[in-house]
Design a protein around this ligand. Structure first.
Ligand code: FES
Length: 114
């Protein structure tokens, strides 16, 4: 469902209405799986869909929430949490950060910078 725009770095992810508030949707772009989150209707985030804990493509099916006011995503498999803004692992111990992608909305459509 992706298209390139006149700017080669932004891709169209879909219509805003296709992204339910509070949930994630997985977008495929070439070899990338990107989890796009309509966090609260105003704040949108995008991260890699791959959870680095066990290399599973599951983060788009995780639960969104907040940790000390910081938007987060919690993996549905083993409940590891990551900051949606920075991709930082929010638990104890070592864990790779998530790659994050800028999101913009224009004309009712959602775009990701990849
Ligand atoms: S695969 Fe995500 S926490 Fe284990």
């Amino acid at each position: 469902m992706t298209q390139t725009t006149e700017s080669s770095q932004w891709i169209e992810a879909g219509l805003e209405e296709d992204f339910p508030q509070g949930l994630g949707i997985c977008i495929q772009h070439n070899d990338l799986q990107i989890a796009v989150f309509n966090y609260n209707g105003e704040e949108w985030y995008a991260t890699q869909n791959l959870c680095p804990h066990d290399d599973q493509m599951v983060l788009s099916r995780g639960l969104t929430g907040a940790a000390s006011g910081e938007p987060k995503i919690v993996c549905p498999l083993h409940k590891r949490a990551f900051a949606l803004r920075s991709g930082e692992f929010l638990g104890e111990g070592e864990m790779s950060c998530l790659t994050t992608y800028p999101v913009k909305r224009e004309g009712g459509k959602v775009y990701l910078q990849v």
